[in-house]
Design a protein around this ligand. Structure first.
Ligand code: SF4
Length: 367
């Protein structure tokens, strides 16, 4: 008997708890048809979010210099990745970059600061920056700055912060394999602190770090338990110099299945295709917009990614739309009124004729 995708969609649309056995099967049943699965996840996504795609841009406001030992992170004290390290950017730079992000149609400005967590003084500094962004720029804000107490999250909330990001990254059972300087419970405590302060939560996962299917399912249900409305799914970026570099677990199809699993377990959440989208989903990026409704533009913490233009093209080609400011969308759409031939580009070779496609007769004539 085939999978009852219609029943799955009904469960998700009534926001009932999705059966765990079905969630696991999405990852480990090779017989489950991927296109039907993706279409069913797309039905759920479209019911809750239409065809909108939310764009997020990360601003790495402090890079490196971190005392923690997260094995997947180029900023950790144990990574040998040759990243550019710098302390907190100036207030003016962060504000200007927020203006630039808004001008590019970015829906939410995500500030990410390395480190275990902010000191009381740093918390006040971040609060001042957020206050200015809210009044001077007027853009949705998200901050990721490590472990925090309730008091710190209250200060940031009072300053106008909309959302706090703190990823679970992996399951409780798998956490000691990827980091030893803090615990899964530390991460849960930060989410609870943010919730008690009235901040929106953003928390997700990094897959491809040696986790089991069961670990992925655990994270999806833990995020459901906390009713997290914003869930980034990152695909491990193989950065030479990081201890966790290549667990050889990810294929485009597996990445797509993982996104579908998160959509069914957390049907109302903004599911974001996070870091590693370009390299791991590859030709399936457009299909990934069926389970997911949110993307990062212009790269991640330590690595580059596709530009706003490339991402817009992907969204447009797949028949989706950028969420948010209409004037920005009009602006972006205008230069794209081009013929299909004008849009055809080969990056690496200006001569689109492949010599291998010429016949023997052609070659003889050329001689
Ligand atoms: S993930 Fe965060 S806490 Fe962990 S090493 Fe990187 S910057 Fe530090």
């Amino acid at each position: 008997m085939g999978t009852d995708f219609e029943q799955w969609v009904k469960i998700a649309l009534s926001d009932q708890v999705f059966p765990r056995s079905a969630a696991l099967a999405i990852l480990c049943d090779p017989e489950m048809d991927l296109l039907h699965l993706t279409a069913a996840a797309g039905d759920v996504r479209i019911a809750y979010f239409g065809r909108d795609v939310m764009l997020h841009r990360i601003n790495d406001i402090q890079n490196g210099l971190c005392p923690e030992d997260c094995g997947y992170c180029a900023q950790s004290k144990i990574s040998e990745a040759p990243i550019k390290k710098y302390p907190l950017k100036s207030e003016e730079d962060i504000i200007q970059e927020a203006h630039a992000a808004k001008a590019k149609g970015v829906y939410r400005y995500c500030m990410v600061s390395s480190g275990r967590g902010p000191t009381p003084e740093r918390t006040q500094q971040l609060a001042q920056i957020i206050r200015r962004i809210k009044t001077e720029v007027g853009i949705q804000t998200c901050l990721s700055a490590g472990i925090m107490t309730t008091e710190q999250t209250q200060i940031l909330k009072a300053a106008g912060l909309d959302r706090l990001n703190h990823n679970l990254n992996t399951s409780a059972a798998h956490t000691p394999d990827i980091v030893t300087t803090h615990t899964f419970q530390d991460r849960i405590n930060t989410l609870e602190a943010a919730r008690s302060a009235g901040l929106d939560l953003c928390s997700g996962m990094i897959v491809g770090m040696g986790e089991t299917d069961q670990d992925i399912v655990e994270v999806a249900y833990t995020l459901r338990d906390y009713q997290v409305p914003s869930i980034p799914i990152n695909f491990l970026i193989p950065i030479p110099g990081n201890p966790i570099y290549d667990c050889n677990q990810l294929t485009p199809q597996r990445c797509l299945r993982i996104l579908c699993l998160f959509r069914f377990v957390n049907p109302k959440a903004e599911i974001r295709i996070g870091g590693g989208r370009e390299g791991h989903l590859r030709g399936l990026q457009a299909l990934a917009l069926y389970p997911a409704n949110s993307l990062f533009v212009e790269g991640y913490l330590a690595t580059r990614g596709h530009s706003v233009d490339q991402v817009y093209q992907l969204i447009q080609d797949a028949g989706f739309e950028i969420a948010g400011d209409q004037s920005f969308r009009d602006d972006l759409c205008t230069p794209r009124v081009r013929t299909s031939a004008e849009q055809y580009q080969l990056d690496d070779n200006p001569n689109i004729l492949n010599p291998k496609t010429t016949t023997i007769c052609d070659q003889l004539h050329q001689q």
